[in-house]
Structure formats: structure tokens, C-alpha cells
Design a protein around this ligand. Sequence first.
Ligand SMILES: Cc1ncc(COP(=O)(O)O)c(C=O)c1O
Length: 384
Amino acid sequence: MDDLLAYRDRFPILGDCTYLINHSLAAMPAAAEARLLEYARMWRERGIRAWGEGWWEMPVTVGDQIGRIVGAPPGSTVMHQNVTIAEEIVLSCFRSPGARNRVVYEEANFPSVRYLYQAQPGLEVVTCASDEEIVDAIDERTLLVPISHVLFKNAEIQDVEPIVRRAHEAGAYVVLDCYQSAGVVPFDVTALDVDFACGGSVKWLCGGPGAGWLYVRPDLAERLEPTFVGWQGHARPFAFEPELEYAAGARRFLTGTPNVPALYAATAGYDVIEEVGVGRIRERSLVLTGLLLELLDAGGFEVGSPRAPERRGGTVLVRTPDNAAVHRELGERGIICDFRPDAGIRLGPHFYNSEDELRHTVSVLAEIVESGAYERHSGAAARF
Ligand SMILES: Cc1ncc(COP(=O)(O)O)c(C=O)c1O
């Protein structure tokens, strides 16, 4: 697995600091800079012709690359700006839900997902404490079940299959937020039989901001009619017809002009993830998170994320006496991570991190806590 360390040269920031924040904003591949220059060159030299030379199709061609990573067939995944928009497009297919107006979700869903469903006037939200509770809460009044594959706060992998089984039995649809799994935990949306899946690119996919994605199960994509739609979702967008006629497949889930520069940048990340392979990344991730657990145990720290490999995502959560202050001190010593105020410090190694970086991190953490060096930051506010 040491051969994965050869990839470090492709991620310039790794030479400057100990970068353990891949669950939030993974390291930028140097190739992203070249891609953005290519985008600028196209704009400068090709002007309007660039639309016909790839730009217009990018939400679908880049979506197909995501599809290869998450097990979605070609033509079933399209690119958007973020998860909020992807889930709003899903919601827009069900504007008049009638008696089937319940959304059953887990309280550990990411806030933007929670807020979006809470804000819908016609829907009743049922909040569950765990993936098991979700299975029990689904009934014939349930319309949508938006869940996270890996929880953002403590990186717990959720048991998706029983939820999908129960949802389909009851006639409900599952929306799987894969933001914290895509690129670090292997999965296959087709095998999972989820109805919708979505995610973004800033985390383990190393793709940077502005490149969210939405997968729609192919048979559903032919039937559903999103009401949040734009001209890219029309069967013949360049006919500029006065009436809406949906495009076939996942294209009908598009809106307007795509976020072209973000899609250029993002493919640099997807390329390296495809090249390494999520299976190899997962093997390496389990080794690194396993080592972190050992080191933290030896240092007498309390760990707040799952230990069992089948429940363990890419991040290890460690509790400290003052997460905000300890985080600030770690940052000043060149160790880049983050914290959630009521949870702990999140350490998220990716395939390019080394064992030595983890040993160094835990030894600095122990020194900061034992010496009380963090206390000078007490009262530090939450930030990135
Ligand atoms: C599980 C999960 N979902 C969604 C998001 C972000 O949502 P959005 O793309 O709407 O910013 C994050 C993190 O930023 C996340 O961890």
C-alpha cells in the first residue's frame, strides 16, 4: 500500500502541512489547476463554439464519470451545484403528495438536507435517531426517505439495504446522500437499488466546490416529471419551443446553464480516484483509521466514531477537553483538521496520507492536551 504514497506529489498542499481534513475539503490535485487553465483557454480561443465542443454536454459526460465511481449506468447521473439543489430537484417531482406526505429521515443527516425538507409546507417530517429506527418508521404514508450513507459527524456507515427494502415494500422512495462515502467507501447505487443518490465533490472525490451530482434510477427517470426544471431538461433545448417536453432519462433532471469551470476542476479529482480505485482507497483508509484508533487508545483519548470496520467511514472522531481550542492550536502547528462543537475533533486521512503523519498528529495532540497549550484559545469560535 506504500505505493499509494507515490501520489503525494500530485497534491501540492501535502508538502506544506499535515492535511487530515479530507472529509471536508480534500487536497487539490495539481491537475485541477491545469484543467482550469484549459477551461480559460477554451473560453478565450473558442468562445461560443466551446458549448458545442463539450461544455453543453458536461453535466452528462462528467455525470457519467461519477457514475463509474458509484455504480450508476451511463446516462443516469447528472451534475448540479450541490446536494441541496439535487435534493430539491427530487422533491420537485412530488409537489402534490396527497395523503402520502411524510418524509422519514435520520437526525444525523447533514443540515442542508434537514433544512430543505423541514421548509416544505406540505410535508410532515419524522425524525429518527438511527438507521434501525428509520426502518420501523416507514409506512404507507411515507413519500421520501432521505438518508446519509456515511454520517457527516461521526463517519458511521449506515445500513442502507434494510431501509431500501422497507421503503419499497411501503411504496416510498429512498434518496441516498453519498457525500461522505463517494471516493472512500465503495458502493454501487444499482446494487443498493436506491431510487435517487446524490453527493458533491469537495470531500473524498478531491474535486473542489460547485460540482454536485444526482443519480436517478433509470426506470424512474423515464416516469418522473421534476417541476424544478430548466431548458437543459427539455427534449430539444435548441428548438426553444414554448412548451415543456421532458428530455429522456436523467437529462430531464437538469436545470439551466451548467457550472462549467467547476466541472473542469472536478474531473481532475475524479480521474485520480478512478486511477487508484475506491477498493484500494478503502483498504488504505481502513489501515490508516485503524492506526489512528490504536494511537488514540494508547494516548488515553476517547474516540467518538465507530470502531468496527463495517461501520467505520473515512474519519475518526476524538473528544478533547475543548474541541475549538485544541483545533485552533493544532492548526497553528500545521495540522489541518476540523471539529464539530458537540462531537469532537475530526481526523480524516485519505489514501495519500502517511502513517508518520498520523503518529505525528496524535503525539502533538497529546502534548497540546497534557501541557494545556490549548487553553490560550479558550472561547475560540467554531469556523472551518
Ligand atoms: C453528508 C453531507 N451532505 C451534504 C453536505 C453538503 O451539502 P451541500 O452540497 O448542499 O452544501 C455535506 C458537507 O458539506 C455532507 O457531509
